[in-house]
Design a protein around this ligand. Structure first.
Ligand SMILES: Cc1cc2nc3c(=O)[nH]c(=O)nc-3n(C[C@H](O)[C@H](O)[C@H](O)COP(=O)(O)OP(=O)(O)OC[C@H]3O[C@@H](n4cnc5c(N)ncnc54)[C@H](O)[C@@H]3O)c2cc1C
Length: 417
C-alpha cells in the first residue's frame, strides 16, 4: 500500500487490448488512484485483427486502427517504454535508465511476439512476421516493390488470413504447413478439410505436410528448399508459425512463465496477491472446461480477461472470482466469416451438424469431449452462431466456486473511491 496522502498506483504493462480494457474497468469500478500504462510500442492501442485483413489490403490505414478511448482514461501513458524487470517482493518495476517504478497493483498484459524459425535469414528485408502495424507496413512495402510469389509459412489463423488477403490483392501465394489441413490444429480435421478446399478454390497453392529445411537469399529472390528436395522461390516470405509470450522481463521474478504467465483461476499470478495477468500472455485454468492452465489468443478474450483481471485485482485474492468465459473467436478468409465458441482444440470428436466441406457450404461443426459438447464453429452464419453460443453456454455451467462481489482492496481510504 502507499504511504499516507499518496494515491494508490496500478501499473499496466502492455498497452494492447487487454491492458487498455483492464484500465477502463478500473475506472468503471471507481478507482480514482493513479493508473500508469507502459507499452513498448509507440502507438496508441490499436485493432490488431485488421493487420492481416483491412490494413494489408489497403481498406484501412494505420491511423484508422487506434481505439477511441485512449485519452479518456486519465492515465499516465509511457509509450515506447520497455519494462525490463519485475521485483514482486518489493513491488518495483525496472525501466530503462535505471528508473524504478513502484506499484500497489500490477496488471501484466504484455502479449506475445511472433515465433521465428531456425535457419531463416531473419534480417533479409524480404522475410517478415506479422504482429504490429510496423510489420504490416513492412510487408506492404515489400509487396509494392515486387510482383513475384509470396510464400506464407504457417497454417493457423494468421497464415490463412494472410493468404486470403494476398489473393484479394491478386498475388500468387503458396501456403506451407506441416499438417494435412489448414487450421486443423485449432478447428479439427473436419473443418480443416473445408478450409483446404476454400483456399484452393480461391487460387492459393498449398504445400501441406511440408517443411522448409534450408534457405538461400539471392538478389532476385528467396529460395526455400523443402524436405522432399523441391525448391520454392518467393519475392516475399511471411512467417506465421505461432507466437512466444512476452515474458523475458519476468525472468528474475520467480514466476512460472512456461508458455505464458501462470495464473490462478482468478487471473492472479500464481501465488502473488497484487499481480494479475490478462490477454495472450496469460495462462490460466478456465474451470468451465478444465483445470489445466492454457493460453487463449483471441480478441474477445483479451477484452474479457482484461476486465476480469482488473475486477479481481480490486477485489483482492480472497474475494476474487474465477474467470470462466466461453471463449469466442472469428476469422475472415476469402469472404467467409468463421466464428467459434468454446475450445475446439480440446475435442476428442467433431462432426458436421449441418453443411459439408465444400467451399460453397455454410457448415456448422460441433465438438465433443467425454460425450459433452465443448465447442461449436459456424461458417457464414452469424445468427445461428448467437443461438448456438447461448446453447453452449447453458450446457457448460460455471462450476460452483466460492467468490464474492468485488470489494475495494487497493484503496482503504474512502476518498480514493
Ligand atoms: C495479425 C493478427 C490478426 C488477428 N486476428 C484476429 C481475429 O480475427 N480474431 C480474433 O479473435 N483474434 C485475432 N487476433 C488476436 C488478437 O488480436 C489478440 O488476441 C489480442 O490483440 C491480444 O491482446 P493483448 O493485449 O493480450 O496483447 P497485445 O495486443 O500483443 O499487446 C501486448 C503489448 O505489450 C507490449 N509489451 C510486451 N512486452 C513489454 C514490456 N516488457 N514492456 C512494455 N510493453 C511490453 C507489446 O509491445 C504490445 O504492445 C489477431 C492477431 C494478429 C496479430
Amino acid at each position: 500500500m502507499t504511504t499516507d496522502g499518496a494515491r494508490d498506483r496500478v501499473v499496466v504493462v502492455g498497452t494492447g487490448l487487454a491492458g487498455l480494457r483492464a484500465a477502463e474497468r478500473l475506472r468503471e469500478l471507481g478507482f480514482t488512484g493513479e493508473i500508469i500504462m507502459i507499452g513498448e510500442e509507440r502507438r496508441r492501442p490499436y485493432h490488431r485483427p485488421a493487420l492481416s485483413k483491412q490494413l494489408l489490403t489497403g481498406k484501412l490505414q494505420a491511423d484508422d486502427l487506434a481505439f477511441a478511448t485512449y485519452s479518456e482514461l486519465d492515465c499516465g501513458w509511457r509509450p515506447g517504454t520497455r519494462v525490463l524487470q519485475l521485483d514482486p517482493k518489493n513491488r518495483v518495476l525496472m525501466l530503462p535508465g535505471r528508473e524504478e517504478l513502484t506499484y500497489d497493483g500490477l496488471i501484466i498484459a504484455s502479449g506475445v511476439q511472433p515465433r521465428h524459425l531456425p535457419g531463416v535469414p531473419r534480417h533479409d528485408p524480404r522475410i517478415h512476421v506479422l504482429r504490429t502495424v510496423e510489420d504490416a507496413e513492412a510487408i506492404k512495402a515489400n509487396l509494392a516493390k515486387t510482383k513475384g510469389r509470396v510464400v506464407v509459412i504457417g497454417t493457423g489463423f494468421t497464415g490463412c488470413e494472410l493468404a486470403s488477403s494476398l489473393r484479394e490483392m491478386k498475388r500468387e501465394v503458396t501456403l506451407i504447413g506441416r499438417g494435412s489441413t489448414l487450421l486443423g490444429g485449432v478447428l479439427g480435421e473436419e473443418l480443416g478439410m473445408m478450409m483446404n478446399e476454400l483456399h484452393l478454390a480461391n487460387g492459393v497453392d498449398l504445400e501441406l505436410g511440408a517443411k522448409p529445411v534450408s534457405w538461400h537469399a539471392t538478389p532476385e529472390h528467396i529460395a526455400l528448399a523443402l524436405a522432399d528436395g523441391r525448391l520454392l522461390t518467393a519475392s516475399c516470405v511471411v512467417l506465421a508459425v505461432g507466437s512466444v509470450p512476452n515474458t523475458e522481463w519476468l525472468a528474475a521474478a520467480d514466476i512460472d512463465t512456461v508458455d505464458g504467465v501462470l495464473c490462478e483461476a482468478t487471473c492472479h499470478v500464481a501465488g502473488i496477491d497484487d499481480v494479475v495477468a490478462a490477454g495472450d500472455v496469460a495462462r490460466w485454468p478456465n474451470l468451465r472446461f478444465t483445470e489445466t492452465a492454457r493460453r487463449c489468443e483471441h480478441w474477445l478474450n483479451a477484452i474479457e480477461m482484461g476486465r476480469a483481471a482488473a475486477e479481481n485485482l480490486m477485489a483482492g485474492r480472497d474475494f476474487a472470482r474465477p474467470f470462466v468465459p466461453i471463449p469466442r473467436f472469428w476469422s475472415e478468409q476469402h469472404g467467409k466469416r468463421v466464428q467459434g465458441a468454446g475450445i475446439p482444440a480440446l475435442a476428442e470428436t467433431s462432426f458436421y451438424a449441418s453443411g459439408d466441406r465444400s467451399p460453397r457450404s455454410k457448415p456448422t461443426v460441433a465438438y465433443f469431449r467425454d460425450g459433452v459438447q465443448i465447442a461449436v464453429v459456424c461458417v457464414d452464419q452469424p445468427r445461428a452462431m448467437l443461438i448456438l453460443t447461448e446453447k453452449l453456454t447453458a450446457q457448460l455451467p460455471v462450476p460452483a466456486i466460492a467468490g464474492a462481489a468485488p470489494q475495494p482492496r487497493l484503496r482503504p481510504r474512502a476518498a480514493n473511491w
